[in-house]
Design a protein around this ligand. Structure first.
Ligand code: PMT
Length: 424
């Protein structure tokens, strides 16, 4: 069955030349099984007549915030609650600016503010308008917001004769994008409330260990895996605290995120946040060693060889599981060889409930595995009193999807453990 079947979609149409393409988009949505309510901004009517949308959707088109008949029943709120998804195509710079700043001065922008449904924006404007600093600032405000995503704009020739970014994406691409968002929504809903009332602490990203003010030891962790787990845990209703090494990612708004740099700082922050946590997930690639001394001045080039003396960093995961045996602890094992052997060693040595092992390095095509890739595969090893060690493979998929699968496994194992008293 199509993911669009019976989905309630608001198609927002703004005043731009590409508004004529919205009619085709509407036709495709209806064909795919969606129920569509078209909402036009006041200037959209200058480009396409509402009758076109009414005929295609078999629904009256809404555009007036102060429509007396509809507003008697709080029409804008009803519509905001009715929608499973809001798609604005084309979205002009003006409407983007309003949504980005929370302005609600017409029916469409008011619905956007009043709705919890995911919002997809297909920007369409002149290339200079798109590039303008103020528009880019408005766009940046959407970053890290799980409920808002952008498709496009595409590059190319524009109605005004310019060439560059600002064309509305092709209708087929917008449909594909909507389908992906509906799939995500379905997956999110399958997690809903699984971790309600639970507190999770997650580490993510690399640590950096300074040699001198301009040089450090680190690794290639991007934080993508840890941030995806934080997002999935939050989707599952948990209260999530993320302690992150330096990465370029934005944490989801629903997550309390603390940024640290070194392993010692990460250790300190984790212990500061540990009280009352139910589950600890160590995804961070913590540097095992740090220089004995970080020089205060830049080291000058002199001899042909040089030695940097290193000292072991605290093992955050080991210290956490020793500190609180009741806490459900999950470690990660990043291995280039003998995945199972090393993962099991870490599971036992660090007294964990579960370890998620992933291959790291490059595959035979040179593609990066584990570190800084968008996809991953995990082999889970879980302590289970009846079966001893249970093993499960979560096959390769996007890190976000993998994180959701992992959360489901954690919930299963966590509930299992809590049924037993004499655990560990
Ligand atoms: O960030 P990405 O680019 O998305 O990449 C994801 C990842 C590959 C970094 C992630 O999936 C992963 O494998 N993380 C663990 C990396 C690692 O350091 O593994 P390890 O085998 O060295 O450590 C074992 C466990 O002990 C890990 O849970 C680690 O967080 C923890 N540890 C290790 C050393 C230390 N001093 N303190 C720790 O807490």
């Amino acid at each position: 069955m199509s993911l669009f079947q019976d989905k309630k979609i608001i198609l927002g149409v703004c005043g731009g030349v590409a508004a004529y393409k919205s009619a085709e988009l509407l036709r495709l949505l209806i064909k795919a099984g969606a129920q569509v309510q078209v909402v036009m901004t006041p200037s959209a009517e200058q480009f396409v007549a509402s009758m076109t949308f009414q005929a295609l959707s078999s629904n009256p088109v809404r555009s007036d915030l102060f429509d007396k008949a509809a507003e008697a029943g709080m029409g804008h709120i009803e519509l905001a609650r009715w929608a499973d998804l809001i798609l604005i195509a084309p979205a002009t710079a003006n409407t983007i600016a309003k949504i980005s700043q929370g302005v609600a001065d017409n029916l469409l922008t008011t619905i956007c503010l009043a709705s919890a449904a995911p919002l997809i924006i297909a920007p369409t404007m002149n290339q200079q308008m798109w590039r303008s600093e103020v528009n880019q600032e408005n766009i940046k405000r959407f970053k890290g917001r799980t409920a808002i995503s952008l498709i496009g704009p595409a590059r190319g020739e524009q109605a005004c004769g310019d060439n560059g970014p600002g064309r509305m994406e092709e209708t087929e691409s917008i449909m594909q994008f909507c389908e992906q968002q509906l799939q995500q929504l379905k997956e999110q809903q399958s997690l809903s409330d699984l971790l309600k009332g639970k507190k999770l602490l997650i580490t993510a990203g690399p640590t950096i260990e300074y040699i001198d003010p301009v040089r450090y030891i680190s690794n290639r962790s991007s934080g993508k895996m840890g941030y995806a787990i934080a997002r999935a845990a939050s989707e599952a209703g948990a209260e999530v605290t993320l302690v992150s090494g330096p990465v370029v990612l934005d944490a989801p708004e629903s997550v309390n995120c603390y940024k640290v740099r070194s392993a010692v700082q990460m250790h300190e922050k984790v212990f500061e946040q540990l009280d009352n946590m139910d589950i600890f997930i160590a995804t961070a690639a913590v540097a095992d060693y740090r220089p004995v001394e970080a020089k205060s001045q830049k080291i000058k080039k002199s001899q042909d060889t040089m030695t940097i003396e290193l000292v072991k960093n605290p093992d955050i995961l080991l210290d956490v599981s020793n500190h609180n045996e009741k806490l459900f602890t999950i470690g990660f094992a990043a291995e280039t060889t003998e995945l199972e052997k090393y993962a099991l060693d870490k599971l036992n040595r660090k007294k964990l409930d579960m370890i998620a092992a992933n291959r790291v390095g490059s595959d035979n095509t040179g593609r990066s595995m584990g570190f800084d890739s968008d996809t991953n595969e995990l082999v889970l090893f879980c302590k289970n009193s009846e079966a001893g060690i249970e093993q499960k493979v979560l096959p390769e998929t996007t890190k976000q999807q993998l994180a959701r699968e992992l959360i489901k496994e954690i919930v299963l194992q966590y509930e299992n453990r809590n049924k037993k008293k004499d655990w560990k």
